[in-house]
Design a protein around this ligand. Structure first.
Ligand SMILES: [Cu+2]
Length: 251
């Protein structure tokens, strides 16, 4: 798993690594020990006269109450995590994310509506820019560190899913609906994700690239992006994705 980059991601990873996994391991080992004990202790060879025992009140109470307690122990942090994922703190920046076959487009409605498409680089382009193959894109999402970024996620065609493992974030992009998610990145850096809902032939080729930078640098980026993306209205920025799915034509 990737190193968590947000507080929420640390919570989610704790839930997985330090809570669920130990519980699962302990239960599995306990059941294995019981099985081994029963196989050895009650084997036919050592018990020519089989036991006729049919009830044991104490045992029955224990094997009812113990699983209930285990489930409560799992449910409490699980609901806290779920609640945190769906209840963003006060938002500092909103980004609208739209999934397309097969690329993402992004809008910053409060920054004069900066809008752009984000298309995966070819292997050669990625190598030239020293970005990871199949993850680098031409136009990345840029966000400020330490700020709450709200995502409004939707789709223009079929189901996609916007997923960033280091943020513990995965949200379906559904045509005709707007789903909400959020993150607050702690450290500057580049974070990658991929579409995580099988959406067609080039599903594996619509990566997500997010660069987090200091707020002052982000402001500079906004100023630059306003001119950079103003020239081309986003809806026309790219020719329609080739229906056969071979190429998305970059203009
Ligand atoms: Cu997709």
């Amino acid at each position: 798993m990737q190193e968590p980059a947000t507080e929420l991601a640390r919570f989610g990873y704790w839930m997985y690594h330090d809570w669920l996994t130990p519980i699962i391991v302990a239960i599995t080992l306990f059941v294995l020990a019981l099985l081994v004990y029963i196989v050895v202790r009650f084997r036919a060879g050592a018990n020519p006269e089989p036991s006729k025992t049919s009830h044991n009140t104490l045992l029955e109470v224990v094997w009812t109450v113990a699983p209930v307690l285990i489930l409560v122990a799992i449910a409490v942090p699980s609901f806290r995590l779920l609640y945190a994922e769906y209840s963003p703190p006060k938002t500092d920046l909103t980004i609208k994310v739209t999934g397309h076959q097969w690329y993402w487009s992004y809008e910053y409605p409060d920054q004069d509506g900066i809008a752009f498409d984000s298309i995966m680089l070819t292997d050669e382009e990625a190598a030239k820019e020293q970005l990871p193959r199949l993850l680098g894109v031409d136009n990345r999402i840029v966000v400020p560190t330490g700020k709450t970024v709200k995502l409004l996620i939707t789709s223009a065609d079929v189901l996609h899913s916007f997923a960033i493992p280091a943020f513990f974030l995965k949200m379906d992009a559904v045509p005709g609906r707007v789903n909400e998610s959020w993150f607050n990145v702690e450290k500057p850096g580049i974070y990658y994700g991929q579409c995580s809902e099988l959406c067609g032939i080039r599903h594996g080729f619509m990566p997500i690239m997010i660069e987090a930078m200091e707020p002052a640098k982000f402001d500079a980026w906004v100023a630059e992006a306003k001119t950079k993306f103003a020239a081309v209205p986003p809806a026309n920025q790219y020719a329609q994705a080739d229906v056969a799915g071979d190429v998305i034509v970059r203009q």
